[in-house]
Design a protein around this ligand. Sequence first.
Ligand SMILES: [Fe+2]
Length: 268
Amino acid sequence: MQKEDLDYFREWFFEYVNRFFSSDSFIRENIELKIEHTRRVCENILLIAKSEKISEKECILAETIALFHDLGRFEQFTKYNTFNDSESENHAVLGVKILNKEGILTRLPGNEIRLILKAVEYHNLMEIPGDVALSDKLHFFCRLIRDADKIDILRLASEGYAEEEKCRNPALELYLPDTKGYSEPMVSEILNNRMARIEDMKNRNDIKLLRLSWIFDLNFPVTFTLLKEYGYLESIISSLPESKETEVLKKHLEKYLDTIESEARSFS
Ligand SMILES: [Fe+2]
C-alpha cells in the first residue's frame, strides 16, 4: 500500500465517525474520546514501528491498522451506550464487519486486506491466538497494535484518575461500583506476572489493576520507555487506595519494571 491509500483511509475515517455525531453530550463526549484515542494510537504505533526500523511501507500499514483498530467502538457506543464488550458486542469483530460492509479496503491487495482485518480482530484478545498459524508478519503487526493501544488506554486511565473527582466518565469505568478493596483473582494474577481478566473485575479498583497488569503483555522495549517517560503507571499506582495489599502490589510491579529496565540496558 501507498501513502495515498492511507490519506484516503484517514479521510474516510473522519467522514465515517461524523455519522455518529450526537446531540446527546454523553454520547458525543465518548465518541470524541475514541476519535482522540485513535489519533494517539496512530502516533504510538509509528513511534514503536520506527524503533523497530521497519520500512516506510510497513509504517503505512501499521498506521492503517491503528486507524481502524477501534472502528467498531463508534457503533458500539451509539447503539449500547457502553464500551463493555460482554454487555454489548465484541468491538474488534464489529470493526471487521464494518470494514467489510463498507468495502473500504478493496483498493488494497488481498494479502494486505487480510493482514489488516486480522490485526484489528486480534487487537483486544487476551492473547494473540497461538492455535492458528500466524505469519511472522501478522504476528509482528498484532504485537505493534496491542502495545500502541495499551499505551493510550493507560494515558486515558492515568488522566482520568488525576482528575477523578472533577470529571468521572462512568463509561470508561465500565459502570463498575466504587467499592473497597480488590477482587482476589486480580491481585493473584499480578503477583504471578500475568494479565488479569476483565471478567474478574468487581469494582473500580480492579479496573486499575487490570490496566497495571498489562505490563505483563507488552512486546517492545520502547513501549516500556514511553510509559516510563509519560509516568502513566506511576500515576495509576498512586491512585490505588492505601492498604497493605496495595503496598505488596506496588513493590511487585516496581520490581518487575526494574528487571525489564536492567534487561533492556544489558542488551543495548
Ligand atoms: Fe479496542
